[in-house]
Design a protein around this ligand. Structure first.
Ligand SMILES: Cc1ncc(COP(=O)(O)O)c(C=O)c1O
Length: 405
């Protein structure tokens, strides 16, 4: 996203609301999604992982550009339905699906349920039977890898999906009201190297083909989840979706697949969002330059969860002040009374001080809804959207009196 182009809107917003906020450039997002649509092989279906950003205007854009959506909770299901997404454009992943939730998914006639445990499969069968429908599903597998961990587990044992032994113990003839249309595997997140993605996906296809043949299933779909990275660190390169499409088309040929699905989160929306927060204080502590901001992990928790900062730059709003050429390393913290509230260490103009703002990039995914907003009762951030020349505020700031009882 071109921050310079957004500057008039950002300055206007700072002046108007004077509190931390998220800002999404939906023209940028629209262009990015259209590019993916134009490049995509027709046998590759793209869904959007709602958890990355459930803002209704983002969901509406997904809907209008023929992306399906993946929901992982009743809350997300309600939000996508309220945003006008059609039932056939909804799938549901996630390890926590009660019988009641599975019933809601079938009541809403969604396209496909990703089954992550034997109980989920049993309950889906029971609910489908009660309703007199055949429920389409993918079986989610958790494979073993040589080594490594990731937010999605990597080779760690997690609650996602079923291992090979469990899958092979399933007698599908017991599930007359369930139609297994394929498999789902997703264990590696935020990967920028396309060769690595290709290696991961190739192994998935190989192992799933073997599992499918032992279960006597002809998979129509292999869902590879998300996992395509975006550049958070200096020197990181953007992943080319043209290359991703090429890899997927080759895998389709190599493994004789019919359809490949992916539900993208970070790669779909990460780069369309900014988070802006004001510098409240500056000090030197035991030789380190420290900045304290209005907002921190109460608004963007990802740096604390992953130990990876969002890239940041300084925005000086005082007309008489200019960023110095000389830079210095600053340890940047949010307002919470925990050392976990650390947003990163950045090389910033040496004269940055209270009153200036920091602009964090790539905050369109895993921002507002991944945070811990209530701790210490600071303001909740606003969310602003810029689209086709309009600047809108779907979410105004909320103060503690809006939620404390
Ligand atoms: C099942 C599933 N699919 C897709 C995604 C989106 O992943 P990403 O943001 O890496 O594209 C997630 C994220 O956690 C997920 O749990």
């Amino acid at each position: 996203m071109d921050i310079q182009k957004q500057l008039p809107n950002l300055l206007k917003t700072i002046k108007r609301i004077d509190s931390s906020f998220f800002y999404y450039d939906l023209d940028f997002l629209e262009e990015h999604l259209k590019e993916m649509n134009d490049l995509r092989d027709p046998d590759i279906k793209l869904w959007f992982a709602t958890k990355a950003n459930p803002l209704s205007s983002i969901l509406k854009l997904m809907r209008n550009l023929n992306f399906g959506v993946d929901v992982a909770s009743l809350g997300e299901l309600e939000q996508v339905i309220r945003s006008g997404v059609k039932p056939e454009d909804i799938i549901s992943t996630g390890p926590s699906k009660s019988r009641k939730y599975l019933r809601s998914l079938l009541d809403n006639e969604i396209n496909c349920v990703v089954i992550e445990s034997v109980y989920q499969l049993k309950w889906l069968e029971e609910v489908a039977k009660e309703k007199g429908v055949k429920a389409r599903c993918l079986l989610r597998a958790q494979l073993e890898w040589e080594e490594g961990s990731s937010v999605l587990g990597g080779n760690d044992v997690t609650c996602f999906g079923m291992d090979k032994e469990t899958l092979l113990s399933i007698d599908l003839s017991q599930y007359e009201n369930v139609e297994v249309i394929g498999f789902h595997v997703f264990q590696w997140g935020n990967i920028l190297e396309t060769q690595r993605l290709e290696k991961i996906w190739d192994k998935i296809c190989l192992e799933i083909k073997e599992i499918a043949s032992q279960l006597n299933v002809q998979p129509e779909v292999i869902d590879l989840g998300g996992g395509i990275g975006i550049p958070y660190e200096k020197g990181d390169k953007r992943v080319s979706f043209k290359k991703i499409n090429e890899i997927l088309v080759n895998l389709k040929k190599k493994h004789g697949l019919q359809k490949i699905w992916m539900e993208l989160g970070r790669f779909a929306v990460g780069e369309c969002g900014l988070y802006l927060s004001q510098v409240i204080d500056r000090k030197k502590t035991r030789g380190r330059d420290i900045l304290v901001l209005d907002g921190g992990i109460n608004h963007i928790a990802r740096p604390a969860l992953t130990d990876q900062a969002f890239p940041a730059e300084v925005l000086m709003i005082d007309k008489d002040k200019e960023a110095s050429k000389e830079t210095s390393k600053f340890q940047v913290h949010g307002p919470l009374c925990t050392s976990l509230d650390h947003l990163g260490t950045f090389e910033l103009p040496a004269n940055v001080d209270y009153g200036d703002w920091l602009v964090f990039k790539n905050c369109g995914a895993y921002g507002f809804t991944e945070a811990m907003p209530f701790f210490l009762c600071h303001n909740l951030p606003a969310e602003l959207v810029s689209y086709k020349g309009d600047l809108m505020t779907p979410r105004t700031i909320k103060t503690s009196t809006d939620w404390l009882v």
